[in-house]
Design a binder for this molecule. Structure first.
Ligand code: NAP
Length: 292
């Protein structure tokens, strides 16, 4: 059986392909740049170049594939791209699709976020296609929302735009482990909402970092406007600025604080905590030189 990973160069897709390889199954890594995929995976996986905006390229890449994982970035064409994938998979005779979807709290009916609405549209297309499927709805990624925090913590103070809210951030390794488990399971159905093991505030993160570093660390809350301005200064396009503003508004109202036990149920081990993430990030930084 061939398992295809669409978005295999991405944060989650790369780990899904690795988990499938670890399980000893046949993997085809799909992305726009086959040379990059070969550099990443060597000859351990098959590679195929395809663009989600070009259905003919997807048809060729999915030949003789039975199960597919799909992740693609936040983009104005997210719904169109992933719906193309669903159509090509149906035509190619794919038997199961596992989709990386949006956070559950961005996808409520009459979705308050543009990206959540796009993911919902793809989930509806999947249901209408009549292919067995599962949709993984993860909370905010530690490796996204907290990516810059460890380096700033080592300097004594870090900024986050979450106010006094708590967030049950999830490790991307757990998202990939859940997706791989769903790809390999005898059967699947429906949506799975996955979170980290606990909801943490900025002050909780500061306390964990202070304990790990052995010196005081301060949480410096910033507003939505400041976070959006920082992203704009980095050259991000308008749709990403809108996405950030929409999700931060919900996060600050407490929407991302729920926890579920789905990682433990599906993977047979607890989800990684933010403390584990901070410990690993700070250790990796200290290997590069003294932390200050
Ligand atoms: N960040 C969060 O906190 C969070 C929370 C919940 C849900 N999500 C969802 O997670 C998803 C992003 O996951 P991720 O971070 O793993 O993705 P990612 O790293 O941003 O991207 C995945 C891959 O998609 C490929 N890609 C981009 N455009 C493509 C196209 N037109 N055709 C084919 N492949 C294309 C890229 O590879 P190539 O360049 O090689 O083609 C890229 O490596 C989004 O849908 C987002 O809504 C994120």
């Amino acid at each position: 059986m061939v398992y295809a990973v669409v978005g295999a160069n991405g944060r989650v897709g790369r780990l899904v392909a690795g988990a499938l390889l670890g399980a000893g199954v046949r993997v085809r890594a799909i992305g726009r740049d086959a040379a990059r995929l070969r550099t990443a995976f060597g000859c351990a996986v098959e590679t195929a170049a395809a663009d989600l905006g070009e259905p003919a390229s997807l048809a060729a890449a999915l030949a003789s594939v039975e199960r597919v994982f799909i992740a693609s970035p936040v983009h104005p064409q997210l719904a169109a791209h992933q719906t193309n994938l669903v159509g090509a998979a149906r035509a190619a005779g794919v038997q199961r699709i596992v989709k990386l979807s949006g956070s559950a709290w961005t996808m409520q009916p009459g979705s308050p976020t543009s990206t959540g609405a796009a993911h919902r549209a793809v989930e509806e297309a999947l249901a209408a296609a009549g292919i067995e499927h599962a949709c993984v709805r993860p909370n905010a990624f530690m490796q996204g929302s907290l990516a810059e925090a460890p380096r700033a913590m080592a300097r004594g103070s870090f900024e986050l735009p979450i106010g006094g809210a708590r967030v049950s951030y999830i490790d991307v390794a757990d998202i990939a482990a859940v997706a791989a488990a769903l790809l390999l399971a005898p059967r699947v159905a429906g949506a799975v909402e996955i979170t980290g093991p606990a909801a943490v505030s900025g002050d909780d993160l500061a306390a964990s970092a202070a304990e790990l570093l052995g010196r005081p660390v301060a949480y410096a809350p910033i507003g939505i406007d400041a976070a959006v301005a920082k992203m704009r200064a980095s050259g991000a396009p308008p749709f990403l600025l809108r996405h950030l503003e929409e999700v931060l508004t919900l996060i600050r109202a407490g929407a991302a604080a729920a926890t579920t036990g789905e990682v433990a149920r599906l993977c047979g081990r607890p989800a990684g905590s933010v403390r584990d993430f901070l410990r690993a990030s700070l250790a990796a930084m200290s290997a590069d030189g003294p932390l200050r």
